[in-house]
Every structure is written in structure tokens, then in C-alpha cells.
Design a protein around this ligand. Sequence first.
Ligand SMILES: C[S@@+](CC[C@H](N)C(=O)[O-])C[C@H]1O[C@@H](n2cnc3c(N)ncnc32)[C@H](O)[C@@H]1O
Length: 395
Amino acid sequence: MGLVAATAEEKSTVWSAIRRAPRRAPVSFRHPQLNLRDHSGNPAGMNPVASAEGPAARPAGPEAPPQIALLQLITAGFAAQAAHVAARLGLADRIAAGVRDTSALAKALGADPATFRRFLATLASLGVLRQSGEDHWELTAMGECLRGDAPGSWRDFARWFGCDAHYAAFGALEDSIRTGRSGFAKIFGESSWSYMARDRETGLCFDRAMSSVAASAHPLILCQYDFAGIETLVDIGGGQGELLSAVLARYPAMRGIVFDLPHVVEAARTRIAAHGLAGRLEAVGGDFFAAVPPADAYIMTNVLHDWNDADSIAILRNCRAAMRPGGRVLISDFVLRPVNEPDIGRLFDLEMLVLTDGGKERSEAEFAAILAASDLRLTRVVPLGGVCLIEARPA
Ligand SMILES: C[S@@+](CC[C@H](N)C(=O)[O-])C[C@H]1O[C@@H](n2cnc3c(N)ncnc32)[C@H](O)[C@@H]1O
């Protein structure tokens, strides 16, 4: 039965079934934060998503009928944009600060109260908020993750995914699929990197999103990988230096270099000083296609998926060339699961298609191939509950 051709009676059956049907919760995807207890063995308290009231408590349940599941998929963008707007407004931070009434929230956030109530009710239906009295709202465990100060906060990530440039670029997905070229470049006439270097509001939005990912990923990396014996670790494309700050805090004898584009490391320098690591942690601006600083280990998180194989090999070869004897490379990225398996990495593969010029997520075999072409051999794959840490040593 098609929705368009359905009779009124059939439609009412469909809509009531939709209301009853469980939303396909994101917990069905493999993600570093959504399956912490299942995959990492780390304490659930590290991230509120893993707590009893999070998505884990809203299981997908029995599969919804296909027509309903498809409708939920088709409208998933509405929900994503609602989460984005909530993040952009800082709604969760306001509620956490004690502003709970519709009118007070609307006033604080500059919204029309009646319209805002509809918005809040939608967020409640999505499990982000809970109505706790007439016009009184609370955060659910999922909503807590939209607070800027929550451990493992997704607020800045949600702001990035819904920001104008990102949203517009995804509008060119069809063109990307037809041509294999970046939707971002199609819409804006330049790469996302040069756009963000120029438009610093968008660039900072992206940098903050990456920092929040790093902040939630680094406890997993530290928990699952032993960095002992590394004297100098370079974080290639290290953004604002969160990961190295965490690693150096755990390993007091280690020195670190955050290596990133010059305009990005400017912000890193301020953060490094704030962490009190200025003596051991250096921020170096440069181009990883030209050269990278000498060290005995290199780590790159969420970097290689931005680049096609030839570019990735160029980055890896520069690490190999600068590497001291006995060195290693550590790569944290999604490792794609076999086709047909639920895998949020596949959605990020589309993200790479749209946003970058040739970037992609890779399977373990594909990582092994680009490493081999860089005179490196894949020695270990450490699962981090979604993304993996790949270790490679000289071939
Ligand atoms: C997706 S971000 C990852 C940031 C960080 N590693 C993380 O996981 O949050 C990719 C990083 O690569 C940096 N980058 C891009 N092109 C670069 C280049 N040619 N040389 C050095 N860094 C570059 C970007 O500025 C950005 O910080």
C-alpha cells in the first residue's frame, strides 16, 4: 500500500501505527559513544549516553513495518535539524541552569512562546526533553548530552552538522554521487578547508566540533592503548591539542607536538598554555603534504578519512620519512564493517564524499593497502567501540 494511494481508513491505520512504532534509535549503529559498555568495557558514567535513560533505554524494539521505517528515515532530517537548533540555542544549557518554563525559555532564547512550545514538544517526542508539568521541561539523559559542559557533549557536533555551510553542502549529495566530487566544492566553489580558513565563524564551529569529538574519544584511546616508551608523539592534524594534552597528562615523561594548519594551531597554543603543558607540548603550524616534524610516534585521529588514497599515502609517507627508528603510526578512524551490517561509519563515508575532495571511510583491508604503499605494515587494530585505533610500524 502506498501512502499516496491509501484510503482515509488506511491512512489512519498507517498514522496510528507510526505513532505506536518505536523510532529506530541510533543505538543500532556502532558508534564510539553509543555502545560504550558493549564495546569498550569502560565505565558507563564516562558518558551520559550510556546511562539507563539514554538511547539504550529507547531500544529500536521489534522492527517497524517497512513503510513506517522508511517514513522515519525520510523525516530523520527534521529531527536532526531540531537537535541542531536546540544545540545552537544552547537550550540544554538553559534548562540545566534552571530555566524550565516555556515562557521563560522562550524569553531567554528570543523565541515566540507558542511556537517554542511546539518545538519543545517535538524535542520531547524525540526523547531529548521530558515534559514534567504543564509547560515545564526537563532534560532526559539524551538531552543532557546537548549541554556544553556534559562529559562527551555532542552540543558542538550538533551545531556543526546543522550549520549553514554543512547543510548546504549536503544538499549537493546527488551531484556528489553522480560525479564523485565534493558537494561542498560544487556549492561554494572551493574546498571546505579553504572555505573554513576564510570564514572563521564556520571554521571555529568545525574546530569546536572536532575538539568535542576528541574530548570524548581520548579517554577511550588512553584506556585501550599503551603509549609507554614513546618519547615524542606528534598529533598530525591535531586540531586544538586536546588529545595530546590528555596523553601527556597520563605520561609525564612524554613530549608532544600538535601539528596542524597555521591558523588552527593558533587556537591550540592558547589551550596548551591553559593546560599548563607549555614546557612539553608544542604547537607547530605547517602542511602535512610538505613535511612533518621528526618524532618516534605519530597519531592522527579523523584525518585520513578526509583524503583520497594518494593523498593519504603522501601524509603517511611523510610520517615514515620523518620517523625515528623503531617508530610507529597510530590512526584513529572508522573501520568499515561488512556491507549489510548496521554501521554509522557508512553515514560518515557519505559525509566525507560531500565535504571533502576524495575523502572516504575505509575497511581494514583498505587501511592495510595504503599503509603498505607507505612502507608501513598494519600491526594491530584496537577497537574503540565504533572507531578503531590502527597501529602501523615500518614494513
Ligand atoms: C577532521 S579534523 C581532525 C582534527 C582532530 N585530529 C580530531 O580528531 O578532532 C582534520 C584536521 O586536519 C587539519 N588539516 C587539514 N589539512 C591539513 C594540512 N595540509 N596540514 C596539516 N593539517 C591539516 C585540519 O585543520 C583539521 O584540524
